[in-house]
Design a protein around this ligand. Structure first.
Ligand SMILES: Cc1ncc(COP(=O)(O)O)c(C=O)c1O
Length: 360
């Protein structure tokens, strides 16, 4: 097979689903089914007209019950967290083109692109084994208009300490800096409950993609008490994508109805996978930190980008190059796979470590 150089995650997206011999540690999407009630929506669904740009009242009212002191008007329902991030950043960039946005590095690979597309400029603060160093953060955030916090993090799998999040909240409030808190993995925390960042300039972004395994339905949301952000986001959305899919929103509402039992049942499965993956990587003597949330682990590799190619072309394993996340010395493995596949994948990684990796 000719070996094409792999430049971006787009090379792998969608691969692996129809090829049972390929082990994909690539994609960041849950392999488990969504809550059963989601399937029942279609039978009765009959709304084919345009809907409210801000999102259906029923879904916003149900979401408001999930957050303390929230009101339905504090939400905008979006095409996944992706559109929520884009609208939020564009609202923040309004009348402030060229402003700086701080990204803790390693970062989710879309963030730098999201920032650039708004006309703002990404700047970085380096994480230490996935954790924020407050002194560095305080230095690097000076002069920024916004910061994106992603805890639990894709790609590091780390969760920031609650004390750290409170210090960040306080500092940003004092300096008038927006915090965009991307909490798409908030229901995948193995070490504590979630801590919801709050404040006048805090914008929470979330979606139904990960918690409810509904990535393809494209339903997410913005939640904030900041009226200006909500109004600007709705105004922009009314000229771009308009309402988010109504059937998607109806399915999201059905999923919310099963939230407690679904999340509790799945938390056990994800923790078991996390433990299995972490122990497996330790047994291979790879340099990793223990993942505390989400479903990613980031081992260090010599010549990591080449290792990604060899793992793919010679061992039929998909991993994502750390280069895409601002961590060129590492690879990202997603463990959104059943334990048998993880086991087989680790067996192949072992083979790779014992063969061509030795010559690196
Ligand atoms: C950190 C993070 N934010 C946002 C997204 C986008 O999620 P959605 O499918 O809701 O657009 C992802 C998807 O992988 C993610 O990992």
């Amino acid at each position: 097979m000719p070996q094409q150089r792999i430049e971006s995650p787009a090379f792998f997206i969608g691969k692996g689903t129809d090829d049972s011999d390929l082990i994909s540690f690539g994609s960041g999407q849950p392999d488990l089914p969504p809550p059963p009630s989601v399937y029942k929506v279609l039978e009765h669904f009959r709304s084919f007209k345009y809907g409210l740009v801000q999102g259906t009242e029923s879904l916003r009212a149900a979401l408001a019950k999930e957050y303390p002191y929230a009101e339905p008007e504090d939400f905008v329902i979006t095409n996944g967290a992706s559109e929520a991030i884009d609208l939020t950043l564009r609202a923040i960039a309004k009348d402030a083109l060229g402003s700086k946005v701080l990204l803790p590095r390693p970062y989710y690979y879309s963030y730098p692109h999201n920032v650039v597309l708004t006309g703002m400029v990404p700047v970085y603060t380096d994480l230490q084994k996935g954790k924020i160093d407050f002194e560095a953060f305080a230095r690097d955030v000076a002069g920024c208009r916004a910061v994106i916090i992603n805890s639990p993090s894709n790609p590091t799998g780390t969760v920031q300490e609650i004390e750290m999040l409170k210090k960040i909240e306080e500092l940003c409030e004092e300096k008038g800096i927006y915090i965009v808190s991307d909490e798409v993995y908030k229901d995948f925390i193995y070490v504590r409950g979630n801590y919801l960042l709050h404040g006048e300039k805090v914008v929470t972004v979330n979606s139904f993609s990960k918690t409810y395994a509904m990535c393809g339905l494209r339903v997410g949301y913005i939640y904030t008490k900041n009226r200006e952000i909500i109004d600007t986001a709705v105004e922009m959305k009314s000229h771009t994508s308009m309402n988010t899919s109504l059937v998607g929103q109806a399915m999201a509402l059905a999923a919310l109805g099963e939230r407690d039992s679904y999340v509790a049942e799945h938390a056990k499965i994800w923790k078991e996978r996390r433990d299995f993956m972490y122990r497996g990587m330790q047994a291979l003597r790879l340099d990793v930190w223990e993942p505390e949330g989400a479903f990613f682990i980031m081992p260090k590799f010599k010549n990591a980008h080449r290792a990604m190619h060899d793992l793919h072309y010679n061992h039929r394993i998909i991993t994502y190059s750390g280069e895409w996340f601002g961590a060129p010395e590492r690879l990202r493995f997603s463990y959104a796979l059943n334990v048998e596949e993880i086991e087989e994948g680790l067996r192949r990684v072992k083979k790779f470590l014992e063969t061509e990796y030795k010559t690196y």
